[in-house]
Ligand binder design. Structure first.
Ligand SMILES: [Zn+2]
Length: 572
């Protein structure tokens, strides 16, 4: 038998957490068919001598719903060893959507997730109205990665209820119509149903997104459809506005999880924002209680802080200040020239005194960049490397005896790509580590495809290995790989992915154990309509294989589009 592909001579870290071993991996028809010393010939041989061969990484929390239409490679996730992503998270998506409402729905996605409207208008051939039609479009599109999608609550509610979705409770008729649409979506292949209660999720008019108008009986009715079908995952963006709201949210969620029996997922974070925020340990204990009482529940966590990212080419905290406003529309080189002008510098520094004072309102990556408070310079880092040992602006200011704003201006004059990082949540690495080590959390939550100029979560997998395994020795490579592969495959019910095993789909990542790491993020204008975004590549990944096809070699797309649409357990 001639194989399609042999990955030759690598060290297999198979995703189960078991110890590594050396073997070849043989692939045919998209699946792993043989592991061992393979003597059969093959169409293609990938040399993995001295390299690790692991299952492709699985990211269950992305917002690539729009991007999948124009970016067939799946950047920036694809550069970090990711082979499978889930989209439609947090109740946001581009389907269902009536034809005459497209721009408004896109505007809502733009407001919440910072996906540029001009990119969506230029990059999407918007032919669908129903959710099944959207899935059929994704199925048809060329794609290097595998995609699954939730049916998302906000567009569903807006489609069924029209403008009432943004101001009213659902009637019994509305709920029946939404239930029918959820049932239809699950049959078409949705992996579940998603919604959001998060106070950071607002429409372009500053009002709560549609899903936040729902009361819990509406959520129970919609999750109930999945319970009836005995299929589908319930994903929800938590209300973390303050500690009391968060506790009330979690109490409700527990009842829904136990009553429905469906797998439930929500974001766990460590935060100091909001009034009396709960310690991150509250969520850990909560997960244990829920599971003990019969719920199937996971907390989604990241592998690092979730940040607002600033730079000359994207947002700065000072964008709305009068003298800054005059120069921020200029090219990077022109801005650098302006930042060197002594008279203007004085005004730019003086402007900062008038900024909104800091408060403890919970801000996500969106508001922190578009509605910034006066920066806490002791929590604003000048990113110099990907080791996360960067100096704060406060430290540089004290060292050089300069105003913090001058420090930032000088860094931007010296380097037009200088990036500043303001951790919003998960600021303390030891909290992140505790959350990552918990048995009922998942290492996911890149938000890839969203917050394109505000955050850079797409590197969470390479960060997991370079930081937590290589730099901190907090996990073995085997444990870290299991977190990124088998554990996520299990949670998202991907029964033939997440392990290097005969019979499993051949999603593989081949990398240098010590050399793998994220590259520095940069701002590029490479979206449709020349819209800008943060881009982050990686080092040390030799090849990524998706369903048996080599999709990336040394960070470059091969043009092979082996990705597929993944359907949930309710698919007819
Ligand atoms: Zn999300």
């Amino acid at each position: 038998m001639t194989l399609d592909l042999i990955v030759r001579g690598g060290t297999i870290v198979d995703g189960s957490g078991m110890g590594r071993y050396r073997a070849d991996v043989g692939v045919k028809g998209g699946r792993i068919v043989e592991i061992g010393r393979i003597r059969a010939p093959a169409q293609r041989v990938l040399d993995a001598d001295g390299l690790i061969v692991a299952p492709g990484f699985i990211d269950g929390h992305t917002h690539m719903d729009a991007q999948v239409n124009w970016d067939f490679s799946g950047t920036s996730s694809c550069w970090h060893g990711v082979t499978t992503v889930m989209m439609g998270n947090c109740g946001f998506a581009l389907a269902p959507c009536p034809a005459d409402q497209r721009e408004w729905f896109a505007r809502c996605l733009s407001a919440v997730e910072d996906i540029p409207l001009e990119a969506m208008l230029a990059g999407i051939d918007w032919t669908w109205e129903s959710f099944p039609e959207y899935l059929a479009t994704v199925d048809r599109l060329p794609k290097a990665l595998n995609y699954g999608s939730y049916i998302a609550h906000s567009p569903l509610r807006m489609t069924v209820m029209g403008e009432r979705a943004l101001s009213e409770k659902a009637t019994e008729d509305d709920i029946r119509n939404m239930q029918a649409a959820v049932r239809e979506a699950m049959r078409a292949g949705a992996i579940g149903f998603s919604t959001s209660r998060a106070s950071t999720h607002i429409t372009p008019d500053g009002t709560p997104v549609a899903s936040r108008l729902a009361d819990w009986s509406e959520l129970d009715a919609l999750v109930g459809v999945m319970a009836e079908m005995d299929a589908g995952i319930f994903q929800i963006g938590p209300d973390v506005a303050n500690g009391a709201a968060h506790r009330a949210f979690l109490a409700q969620l527990k009842q829904t999880a136990i009553a429905s029996g469906r797998p439930v997922m929500f974001g766990v974070i460590s935060t100091k924002q909001g009034d009396n925020p709960n310690p991150y340990t509250y969520q850990m204990e909560y997960l244990e209680q829920c599971v003990a009482e019969g719920a199937r529940m996971w907390g989604q966590t990241t592998t690092k802080s979730i940040n607002a990212i600033f730079s000359l080419k994207s947002y700065l905290p000072f964008d709305q200040l009068p003298h800054w406003k005059q120069i921020r529309g200029l090219s990077a080189a022109e801005q650098q020239r302006a930042l060197r002008d002594p008279a203007l510098r004085e005004k730019l520094v003086a402007d900062e005194a008038a900024m909104k004072p800091r408060d403890n309102v919970f801000q996500g990556g969106g508001a922190a960049t578009t509605d910034p408070r006066k920066p806490d310079y002791a929590n604003l880092f000048a990113m110099m490397d990907v080791k996360w040992e960067d100096p704060t602006i406060a430290q540089l200011s004290a060292r050089d005896n300069k105003h913090p704003v001058e420090v930032m201006m000088d860094l931007m004059v010296a380097n037009e790509n200088q990036v500043f990082v303001q951790p919003l949540v998960n600021e303390q690495p030891d909290h992140v580590l505790d959350m990552l080590k918990h048995p009922w959390t998942l290492a996911t939550f890149s938000d890839s495809g969203a917050h394109v100029c505000q955050e850079m979560g797409s590197s969470l997998q390479t960060h997991m290995i370079s930081y937590w395994v290589n730099q901190k020795q907090a996990f073995t490579l085997e444990q870290a790989i299991r977190r990124l592969t088998f554990d996520n495959a299990t949670a998202w019910e991907l029964n033939d992915r997440g392990l290097v095993r005969a019979g499993y789909m051949a999603d593989l990542v081949v990398f240098d154990e010590k050399g793998i790491r994220p590259a520095m993020p940069t701002v590029e204008s490479d979206l449709p309509g020349d819209a800008r975004r943060l881009v982050q590549k990686a080092e040390g990944i030799t090849a990524t294989v998706v369903n048996g096809q080599v999709a990336f070699e040394n960070g470059n797309a091969t043009g092979n589009m082996g990705g597929v649409l993944l359907k949930g357990a309710g698919a007819a």
